[in-house]
Design a protein around this ligand. Structure first.
Ligand SMILES: *[C@@H]1O[C@H](CO)[C@@H](O)[C@H](O)[C@H]1NC(C)=O
Ligand SMILES: *[C@@H]1O[C@H](CO)[C@@H](O)[C@H](O)[C@H]1NC(C)=O
Ligand SMILES: *[C@@H]1O[C@H](CO)[C@@H](O)[C@H](O)[C@H]1NC(C)=O
Ligand SMILES: *[C@@H]1O[C@H](CO)[C@@H](O)[C@H](O)[C@H]1NC(C)=O
Ligand SMILES: *[C@@H]1O[C@H](CO)[C@@H](O)[C@H](O)[C@H]1NC(C)=O
Ligand SMILES: *[C@@H]1O[C@H](CO)[C@@H](O)[C@H](O)[C@H]1NC(C)=O
Ligand SMILES: *[C@@H]1O[C@H](CO)[C@@H](O)[C@H](O)[C@H]1NC(C)=O
Ligand SMILES: *[C@@H]1O[C@H](CO)[C@@H](O)[C@H](O)[C@H]1NC(C)=O
Length: 446
């Protein structure tokens, strides 16, 4: 009796320590799991699949995922991508769980919607092995479909199918929203393949058992963070852009700009339209005809020191000059050598955007180069980023464009004024000291 009691106690103590040791290991992994580190000067690394946890697909997704090749399925949205490729096990587990818990999820297909429907009807819809049922929701867009899965336990899940068949003359895909998911724009779609065999069961899947996913995942994920796609004001554009308008900046300059912006995204600096470029996007639905440069902003906390130096000898977008300091008022200008006949090179200003207070941000302006006189240009606080289109090119943009424009340009911005100088009436700005140092220390041209 006594001996057995002792051994039970010993076993309990051992069990207790095993639990403590294991929970310490788990806690250590949760607390000290490395953040995604990024080396700004290397080219983006290809993601490495980590299948060390089993993915248990919810039934509604599994009934599609056993036909990945026939349905030409593409993982495009965050929980799918994080669930299948993230190396951080805790993040991965959360994302996989989100796929089960979310009422609405989103999958892409390389088929057109009519072609998808055909395969879906023949392979998935009439599969009578369960008492669950799929139905198609009324279709709102030609390039999207919403499927409803009714679990026989009496609850519903929805899957938005976004066709990635065509880009419709743009450099991005529109992923239409429905229910709680918004319409977003996504670039960078060269694909990779992800084998689903081990996750849906070896014998269950059709013979070619892989789904597609974006190859340039880092850039892709940056666009996925944008809240939604915003649109310009077509009526204002009709009033403001005259039929005989001619532009100082050719559309071709945007192709060079896209390349530069991609490099910035790789370094985790997200350039978004601001100032005149944002005004042109909203009011003129394009570039302002009389403008001579493009304006993009980057949140100052994303600043990467000396990032521009890697472009000093770049063929199409070398830096022209830098002004300011990382701590205060850094801005830089790049040439955009676009080769369009009849035009000189264009240029783009990248302003780093600093926070002023709870309602305002500011970007720097050097008012007097020789004396180093500084100005703060105020704008409404920029927090979340959305996306918008300029001539078929996708760009980030503050999610509150009207508040931004009212603060930046006063209430007269809705009327184009080719004679406007920089400090047009209504522009909110303040002189804020000067660089008390040699010009070469706050200003450098290349
Ligand atoms: C029907 O669905 C079940 C479970 O989802 C699957 O195992 C089976 O292969 C499907 N049958 C056909 C003919 O597609
Ligand atoms: C995959 O996950 C395991 C377990 O957390 C980890 O040890 C391994 O380093 C991960 N592999 C990659 C490539 O991240
Ligand atoms: C699927 O079932 C519906 C009705 O249950 C039927 O009208 C349709 O023809 C079937 N489709 C196929 C491809 O078998
Ligand atoms: C479907 O429902 C019917 C009637 O309730 C039942 O007899 C059958 O076993 C169910 N089938 C499955 C696969 O659950
Ligand atoms: C493609 O663009 C045209 C013209 O801009 C538009 O009318 C059409 O609705 C677009 N189609 C899709 C699927 O977005
Ligand atoms: C364009 O047309 C407007 C009137 O519609 C006129 O005032 C303006 O001078 C014209 N501009 C050019 C460059 O021809
Ligand atoms: C925030 O800064 C702006 C610009 O300087 C100013 O107009 C506004 O009153 C400030 N708001 C607060 C709450 O301090
Ligand atoms: C432009 O803005 C002003 C002031 O808010 C407003 O009175 C006017 O109607 C607007 N014009 C157009 C064309 O929207």
């Amino acid at each position: 009796m006594r001996a057995s009691w002792v051994s039970k106690t010993v076993l309990l103590i051992i069990a207790k320590y095993v639990v403590i040791i294991f929970s310490t290991i788990i806690a250590y992994h949760i607390l000290f799991a490395p953040f995604h580190t990024f080396t700004p000067f290397s080219t983006p690394t290809k993601h490495v699949f980590n299948r060390s946890i089993d993915i248990r697909w919810p039934k509604h997704l599994k009934s599609l995922l056993i036909f990945p090749a026939s349905l030409k399925l593409v993982f495009i949205d965050d929980p799918f991508l994080t669930c299948v490729v993230d190396a951080d096990q805790a993040k991965k587990a959360h994302a996989c769980q989100k796929l089960a818990s979310a009422e609405t999820t989103r999958i892409g297909t390389y088929l057109s919607i009519p072609a998808f429907k055909k395969v879906f009807n023949s392979k998935v819809l009439n599969n009578t092995t369960t008492n669950d049922t799929w139905t198609l929701e009324p279709q709102t867009y030609a390039d999207a479909l919403v499927l409803k899965y009714h679990y026989h336990e009496n609850f519903d899940k929805y899957v938005i199918i976004n066709s990635l068949e065509k880009k419709n003359g743009t450099n991005y895909h529109l992923l239409r929203g429905a229910r709680d998911l918004k319409t977003i724009g996504i670039r960078h779609f060269t694909n990779d393949k992800f084998s689903l065999t081990s996750t849906v069961g070896v014998k269950k899947c059709e013979s070619e058992c892989y789904a597609f996913l974006p190859k340039e995942l880092h850039r892709h994920m940056a666009y996925l963070k944008a809240v939604e796609m915003l649109y310009c004001d077509q009526n204002l554009a009709k009033i403001n852009v005259l039929p005989n308008a001619t532009w100082n900046i050719p559309k071709k300059a945007l192709t060079v700009l896209d390349d530069l912006i991609d490099e910035y995204i790789d370094s985790n600096q997200i350039p978004f339209m601001c100032h005149g470029t944002m005004l042109g996007w909203y009011r003129d639905c394009g570039i302002i005809p009389h403008t001579t440069d493009m304006d993009y902003c980057i949140k100052a906390e994303e600043y990467v020191e000396d990032f521009h130096t890697k472009f000093i000898n770049h063929k199409t977008h070398p830096p022209m000059r830098i002004i300011g300091k990382a701590e205060y008022g850094f801005e830089l200008t790049y040439w955009l050598y676009h080769d369009e006949k009849g035009y000189g090179p264009a240029w783009v200003d990248f302003f780093y955007m600093y926070k002023e207070n709870a309602t305002h941000s500011w970007t720097p302006l050097l008012m007097d180069f020789s004396r180093g006189v500084r100005v703060k240009d105020y704008v409404a606080l920029v927090d979340k980023l959305c996306t918008g289109d300029i001539y078929g090119h996708l760009y980030f943009i503050p999610c509150e464009p009207l508040a931004y424009l009212d603060t930046r340009y006063g209430e007269t911005w809705n009327k184009s004024n080719p004679d406007a100088g920089y400090f047009e009436k209504g522009v909110q700005y303040a002189k804020n000291g000067n660089w008390n140092m040699k010009q070469g220390e706050y200003y450098k041209s290349f």
